[in-house]
Design a protein around this ligand. Structure first.
Ligand code: DGY
Length: 416
């Protein structure tokens, strides 16, 4: 375990640029929003001042409307080192968002530093981030946030988006104009397909061409989905904000109230009693994605989830579909599905951030034994294979980028 701590700290040192941590030197050379939140949770143990700086650099790029961009481009990195870069997005950041894990991260850093001044700097910014999601992104008007791009979920090519994407044309011409860089630095079989990428570019381009406006998303935008893990993390952010507000001597009840409202909207609209888990839902059709994906288990992180729903998530996670309690951590997609793909990104492989969230959820709902086992499985995987981006669900071999920051950071947190 000491060797593992040293390894994880070395990865975070290697990827530190002076004011933020890149997810990976090869594949992701800029600053990613939710990556930075996970990284800060690990840095809170190893280098707390760097943890604060990590999130400060991200929030300095927050937009006037409150959105925290999904990528903040480093102007020192050549345009050719990442695609789609600033030229595509028409600005120094993207206009998309990612799951708001930041309030939880800020609370964790504060617990270890007691730095009230920095906490007070973040609080209004974190509230503005939530306000943007609440007021501009409730496309269905049902209290849930909609994402406007698969990249916003963080689970880019998850089967959760298959039906929605299949309705959109995949224009191969886009990939002739823009060349993908990811498949030159990572194995193409481990990445989204060209058809996925053509759609990603079309959706992002359409949102950009409307100036990143969120008016009438349901009527005008081609991809509008309610993601269960995005919404769960947003409710978790409100619970963290309530604790932060209390720490600062400010009113906190409205945060807890909103977290409760999100949980009931999720249970009403995204939970499927037939599968016993949550599913993504399309706006405006209201159709739930059929696929059983790990984002449908993540709501277990919510302490306010009704106990019978938490129990059904634990049961689904423990079934052969996801394998909790088996030899390896939980997969990103149903192992028994016909199109389960052990190497392709979010369509099968094991991801540490999802398992870290499930670990917290198991502890929160009083399942200490499976939580301890899951923690050991994660640490074994990283200890054997190194800090990879994701892992093969049968062999445990590392896949995607090596020396991947959030795997290292969450390993440090698990070692505490
Ligand atoms: C990528 O480049 O694959 C990222 O996931 C986009 O956010």
């Amino acid at each position: 375990r000491t060797a593992l701590r040293t390894l994880a700290e070395r990865v975070l040192d290697l990827n530190w640029t002076g004011d933020h941590t890149v997810p990976s030197r090869s594949l992701y050379p800029h600053q990613w929003s939710w990556d930075s939140a996970f990284v800060a949770i690990g840095l809170a143990h190893a280098a707390p001042d760097r943890a604060w700086r990590e999130l400060e650099s991200l929030f300095r790029a927050q937009w006037a409307d409150g959105r925290v961009p999904h990528i903040v481009f480093n102007p020192a990195v050549p345009e050719g080192d990442y695609f789609p870069g600033p030229a595509f997005w028409d600005g120094p950041t993207t206009g998309l968002v990612q799951p708001p894990v930041h309030a939880v991260a800020v609370r964790e850093i504060f617990r270890r530093t007691a730095d009230r001044e920095r906490l007070a700097w973040f609080y209004p910014r974190l509230c503005a981030q939530q306000a943007y999601l609440t007021t501009r992104r409730d496309a269905a008007g049902d209290g849930l946030v909609s994402i406007v791009h698969p990249w916003e979920s963080g689970l880019d090519n998850s089967p959760s988006w298959d039906e929605a994407l299949a309705r959109l044309p995949a224009d191969p011409e886009l990939l002739r104009v823009h060349r993908r860089r990811d498949i030159r630095v990572a194995a193409p079989a481990h990445r989204p397909t060209d058809a996925d990428y053509a759609r990603y570019l079309a959706i992002a381009g359409a949102y950009r061409d409307r100036g990143y406006h969120d008016d009438d998303l349901a009527g005008r935008h081609g991809f509008v989905m309610e993601c269960p893990s995005f919404n769960a993390l947003r409710a978790a952010a409100d619970i963290a904000l309530a604790e932060i507000a209390e720490e600062l001597g400010l009113p906190a009840a409205h945060h807890r109230e909103r977290a409760r409202a999100i949980v009931s909207a999720m249970v009403e609209h995204l939970f499927d009693p037939r599968t016993g888990m949550f599913h993504a839902r399309a706006v405006p059709s209201g159709e739930r994605a059929a696929a059983r994906c790990v984002n449908g288990l993540v709501p277990l992180v919510l302490p306010g989830l009704p106990e019978e729903i938490a129990a059904s998530l634990v049961e689904a996670a423990t079934s052969p579909r996801f394998g909790l309690g088996g030899a390896l951590p939980v997969t990103s997609y149903d192992r028994t599905a016909a199109d389960f793909d052990p190497v392709r990104y979010w369509r099968g492989p094991i991801w540490i951030n999802m398992n870290w969230l499930l670990h917290r959820g198991l502890l929160g709902h009083n399942h200490p034994a499976p939580a301890a086992l899951l923690r050991d499985r994660m640490l074994d995987l990283v200890g054997t294979g190194g800090c990879y981006e994701y892992y093969h669900p049968v062999t445990g071999a590392g896949l995607g980028a090596a020396e991947f920051s959030w795997t290292a950071a969450l390993t440090l947190d698990l070692l505490e």
